[in-house]
Ligand binder design. Structure first.
Ligand SMILES: [Zn+2]
Ligand SMILES: [Zn+2]
Length: 109
């Protein structure tokens, strides 16, 4: 079910990743499109590459994988750690069942 692109590095330690896991949410709303305010931009997040050790740590809940959406980064890291751009990786909160936004059409009347 999971495929691993060769050369992927563990999101938490930078060692060679051996597995990929699905992040707890796959989409990230970036807000409205600067060119068209009636359209909201939703990013699809990639799978998380992890080494064996951290795959089980994340599975056990010992470590939390976060995401930095700064254009410089747009990558995974450990929640609370500073990313390349200086901001911390933010926890990905499962979107739950509140608003299942798949293909959002710009809904301007
Ligand atoms: Zn690791
Ligand atoms: Zn960053």
């Amino acid at each position: 079910m999971t495929t691993l692109a060769s050369g992927s590095l563990c999101a938490l330690c930078g060692e060679v990743a051996t597995v990929v896991i699905e992040p707890c949410r796959r989409t990230l709303v970036r807000g409205t499109d600067p060119d068209d305010a009636s359209f909201s931009v939703t990013a699809i997040l990639p799978f998380v590459p992890l080494c064996d050790e951290h795959a089980s740590a994340v599975h056990e809940g010992d470590r939390l994988v976060g995401w930095c959406d700064d254009p410089l980064c747009r990558m995974y890291g450990e929640v609370g750690e500073a990313s390349v751009c200086g901001n911390e990786y933010k926890e990905l909160v499962p979107s739950g069942r509140s608003r299942a936004a798949r293909h959002q059409h710009p809904s301007e009347r």
